[in-house]
Design a protein around this ligand. Sequence first.
Ligand SMILES: [Zn+2]
Length: 238
Amino acid sequence: MSEVFELGEITVNVTLKSVKNVHLTVHPPEGRVTLVAPMSTRPEVARAYAISKLGWIRLQQQALRDQARETERRYIERESHQLWGRNHLMTVIEEDTKPFVKLDHRRITLTVRPGSDAAKRAEVMHEWHKRLLHAAVPDMIERWEARLGVRVAGYFLQRMKTKWGSCNHAAGNIRLNTELVKKPKDLVEYVVVHEMLHLLEPTHNERFVALLTRHWPQWQESRRELNALPLSSETWSA
Ligand SMILES: [Zn+2]
């Protein structure tokens, strides 16, 4: 049994289970709040418990926001950037030429015009990320079209705030978050497979879970890994 209640700006998802103790959790990355309580817990008791912990919930959510901010990129020299699940050291060259990005070993060299701000640099990197994904995704789709017996009419790459991917069942399209370029390729493939399976089953019902379990048995682990916080900024050791 589960229900949802609102405490001001905070939404708490309550699940009653056969557990002994109450478990209140604030989940990364967005700070979603869940409360798991014993079967016999009355709604007003669960609510009162959550209210008594509001201060703690706010602190956890603030910590998550701070951590997310810490990883905001500025596209400067010696900054660490994720690519296919690995950290790369950034080098920036200012040159009066068409901006471009070069990758060698574990270094990303970003060439931009003198005076380019962080927004412009981010845009150059975003275009590069799209090219990298366009080089990797079609093979994955082709491989899984054969395995799943589905046809993907088209795929799109775009920035998405809250999702890794989506599927337009009627049009036969899938949409992938460009942030996926920062994740290991097997996790990108998991998102591709997940969205392609929605061509067979649009909702997250039992049939969908069965299909997913058959074709990607480690889906829970993949999902957990995908939703883990981004690695915090770290000191680069070459
Ligand atoms: Zn889905």
